[in-house]
Design a protein around this ligand. Structure first.
Ligand SMILES: NC(=O)c1ccc[n+]([C@@H]2O[C@H](COP(=O)([O-])OP(=O)(O)OC[C@H]3O[C@@H](n4cnc5c(N)ncnc54)[C@H](OP(=O)(O)O)[C@@H]3O)[C@@H](O)[C@H]2O)c1
Length: 282
């Protein structure tokens, strides 16, 4: 497949108002794809749509609940050539201090949403449709401060692998792309300060988006872990987890310093909206 192959394709992009999603929307539109862009709030979606050169439909819906997902499904066309699952939620916290509501939300948005929506969308996919699931390095490496987040992404990774194998006798393609830390508003100040303190590299959302685009136009999509040395650490963790246990033990004091909350139970703001608002942008 070549970039020209996206011309006129109809793609659903979840999380389009986010850092990675907005960058990807612009790159996909530049390739001539028609987009259905989704997030909870209509205004940022409409603002984004004004910057896109192709036909764009905006669907605002809280996809962590049934009503929001139903609202999205009703707004979608009968045929989709691809879906990019880039909506997500993070909550950097010591597990012992983490609000159970946040734990629910992590799994609702990062795991259940892509699984349930994939199930609902299968009948609408064109035979060679492509589905891209945005995971995380932390889905492959259990990391202090991200126990529940990492688990929600690990489950997603496993789902994508199994579904790809189950549907290997069709022309549908599935891939899981795992970025490392990326400069978007998903990361709280504490998470950013931890990355700085540890000297962890971070990527720009435009670059991460370009890696997703590369998979969408590749002949055969492949799972990808983005960034070095993270790719190496993922391999080491799979082969020699005790080595990573040791290395992370050395960093634990620093990690806890940033992950600990002054007010136990305090969690990142959880915004909610009505079931959904639909709007045709152009
Ligand atoms: N940033 C990183 O460091 C990083 C690293 C690795 C992986 N990732 C993954 O990359 C993906 C994109 O992350 P990002 O950095 O672009 O995050 P972001 O800037 O926070 O964007 C998150 C997107 O998800 C949407 N969203 C959040 N809650 C929603 C809900 N309940 N219903 C519908 N949409 C919802 C947001 O829209 P509204 O807020 O308007 O609802 C926004 O469009 C996520 O899956 C994330 O886990 C990010």
């Amino acid at each position: 497949m070549s970039a020209a192959a996206l011309q006129g394709q109809t793609l659903l992009l979840l999380g389009a108002s986010g850092g990675i999603g907005a960058a990807l929307a612009k790159q996909l539109a530049a390739q001539g794809a028609n987009l259905i862009i989704s997030g909870r709030n209509l205004v940022p979606l409409q603002r984004l749509a004004t910057q896109l050169a192709t036909k764009t439909q905006c669907v605002a819906a809280d996809l962590s609940n049934f009503a929001g997902r139903e609202h999205l499904l009703l707004a979608l066309p009968d045929k989709l050539d691809g879906v990019i699952f880039a909506a997500g939620y993070n909550d950097f916290a010591l597990f012992e201090q983490q609000d159970p509501t946040a734990i629910h939300r992590l799994f609702e948005l990062n795991t259940l949403l892509p699984i349930l929506l994939t199930r609902a969308l299968l009948p609408r996919l064109t035979p060679q449709a492509r589905l891209v699931y945005v995971g995380s390095t932390l889905g492959a490496i259990g990391y202090p401060g991200y126990a529940a987040y990492g688990a929600s992404k690990a489950a997603l990774k496993h789902f994508v692998q199994a579904l790809r194998r189950e549907m290997a006798d069709t022309a549908l393609q599935f891939c899981y792309i795992a970025p490392r830390a990326t400069q978007t508003s998903m990361n709280t100040l504490a998470a950013q300060e931890l990355n700085q303190a540890l000297g962890s590299k971070t990527d720009q959302p435009d670059w991460v988006a370009s890696q997703i685009l590369n998979q969408l136009i590749a002949k055969q999509m492949q799972d990808q872990n983005l960034g070095m040395p993270e790719r190496l650490f993922i391999r080491l963790n799979a082969l020699l987890p005790a080595l990573l246990d040791k290395a992370l033990r050395k960093q634990l004091t620093v990690i806890k310093q940033f992950a600990r909350r002054k007010t136990p139970g305090l969690t990142q703001s959880i915004k909610t909206t009505p079931a959904g608002v639909k709007g045709a942008c152009k």
